[in-house]
Design a protein around this ligand. Sequence first.
Ligand SMILES: NC(=O)c1ccc[n+]([C@@H]2O[C@H](COP(=O)([O-])OP(=O)(O)OC[C@H]3O[C@@H](n4cnc5c(N)ncnc54)[C@H](OP(=O)(O)O)[C@@H]3O)[C@@H](O)[C@H]2O)c1
Length: 257
Amino acid sequence: MRVLITGASEGIGRGIALGLAARGADLVLAGRRLDPLEKVAEECRRAGGRALGIAADVSVASDRERLIAETLARLGGLDTLINNAGRGHYGAVDTIDADEFAATLLLNTIAPTDLTRRALPALRASKGVVAMISSVAGVVAAPGLGAYAASKFALEAVSASLRAELFADGVAVVMVRPGPVQTEFRAHATRGVPRPARERRFEETVDAVAKAAIRAILNRDPVVETSTYVRAASLLGRVAPGAFRIVGRRMAAPKHG
Ligand SMILES: NC(=O)c1ccc[n+]([C@@H]2O[C@H](COP(=O)([O-])OP(=O)(O)OC[C@H]3O[C@@H](n4cnc5c(N)ncnc54)[C@H](OP(=O)(O)O)[C@@H]3O)[C@@H](O)[C@H]2O)c1
């Protein structure tokens, strides 16, 4: 299985890379920093796969073009593209800076869309899989998550169109929706805030999310919601939007005392 995965130097991307390496995958690992990618590539080789790190900032069009060209040269084709690189953006909507919002949309929505477009000839040839690492915030928007949720909702919308467009070509689109995961994601956010205690109770391990993502990719499932927390929030948002609005109001209310 020939795989390109973005954001593979740590967190969820590293976890998926190691899991696929253990299944003998041939991996290209992308991220902005080469050093940590090379360390993960070595870990992947020890786990039983083949792996190469390529430094690329997926927010930059010329890097996306080079990444696809170098990936195809290395792998000789592509079976699975995993769009995982992403960044959080926390803060109430009345604090959102327009440039920071644009950068969030560029990395979380436009970059995976364009990388996928560039990879499509190879994925059509292999009848492969595009996996998008979305979020519970791609289907329900909580207070303080306006910009981030917008980027993941938009990714979900693009992916739903893409799935229908690619059906006749035999290319599958897999949406992975984690809830809070034990990574440095919040520290790396455009505006990082510590994870609230109520959310820490629902944190998943990288290993659990990686296993769920790999299973969905191998089964070509349209969607995987990786925890009970995500499935409950997603269901509540769809079947009881009024109740969800009340929960949101309570979460947003200023705390006294
Ligand atoms: N952690 C959570 O709670 C959580 C929950 C739901 C969904 N998610 C989603 O899961 C995905 C991975 O999150 P994570 O928690 O693993 O994040 P993370 O620990 O912060 O890792 C992010 C990865 O993306 C890479 N990256 C960041 N900006 C990049 C860029 N411009 N170009 C290329 N690579 C870039 C980073 O490497 P470099 O710094 O070297 O570029 C790193 O490998 C994201 O799409 C996120 O939205 C996370």
